[in-house]
Design a protein around this ligand. Sequence first.
Ligand code: GLV
Ligand code: MN
Ligand code: MN
Length: 402
Amino acid sequence: MSFEQMWRDLAPVGRSQRSGGYHRSPFGSAERECAAWFEEECARRSLALTRDGNGNLVAWWRPDASVDGGVVTGSHLDSVADGGAYDGPLGVLSALAAVDLLRERSFVPVKPIGIAAFVEEEGSRFGVACLGSRLMTGALDPQRAAELTDGEGVFLPDAMSQAGLDPELGRSDLLDGVDCFVELHVEQGRELARHQDAPIGVGSAIWPHSRSRFDFTGEANHAGTTGMEERHDPMLTYAMTALAANKQARLAGARATFGRVDVRPNATNAVPSHVTAWLDARSETEGGLAAMTQDITRMATERAARDGTRVSVTEESLSGAVRFDPELASRIAARQDGTSRPVIATMAGHDAGVLAAAGIPAAMLFVRNPTGVSHSPEEFAEMADCQAGVVALADTLQRLAS
Ligand code: GLV
Ligand code: MN
Ligand code: MN
């Protein structure tokens, strides 16, 4: 089946009629439909499916005479709330299409080729970015993971069981002994479109990234009868913190975003009692990330003292700086005509970064995104560039699995 046909098949799954964005929450019905679709496509190609107790899948093309190890590609099928079509699925569909192309070329891999689909890459439901690959590599304590809840208070293992899975959280041998992992992903910036004028790029590094929960506590009261001087309003402390985060990130050439807020009691005519807000922070260096988060925390604490509120900050996930294997990156960047694809850094997190941190040589291919917009219904890549991505991935797998 062609890449375009697969793209059309998956396009309606989890798509909002209203916004055109995707709601493929991990272990929810749309994401499970995508996973079932992936399993069917693997079966259609006689790929041997393996799974772990975290919900991650790897499907293997393992010719009889193939040696140990392997070259794995793939990405994720979940989306952020109201996300784009490309972030995640592009890597999985391109992997299937690349295997088809290699077979059309009558290529027989010496090393097995695997296609991976990791769960909860976005951390949109349980808060921890790259949850599936972190659990698989042992980077996340399974006990801590078992205690994670979603916005409705559902525990991770219960969500998995409700989705028909058999949870056994923790380190798994799904990728033990593999030679390398290559993730193809839509670019989430405009480096390829604006500066390089190239459809495909290769990843060099990922910025360090943290997520922290800010719990602001005040005192609920009547919006009409409570004088402005009498209030202990955590919304004000939060509002100043969001402005401070923006300013600190600008000053540091970094990124800081409050994109999710939970207010209690969430009533128009009540001063709130609690505001919980999540800070997504990214910086070029780990030191810069820590310093910026400390500055934002200090400013929130100082403001809370003035507002008569309290604030506590809990780090929910931390991803260190990733530098992809430069030798692997330059091998992948090299075109057959002797020229080289652009090699670019990204500020977005990826399973490839988690695997690299766990010692698996990893690399990324990026497909040009003309607007750079991502985590939005507007996310886009031209079909011709997606097709170029499939060819680049097939060439890469052929080179690495020979
Ligand atoms: C994932 O896309 C992230 O960077 O948060
Ligand atoms: Mn992604
Ligand atoms: Mn994403």
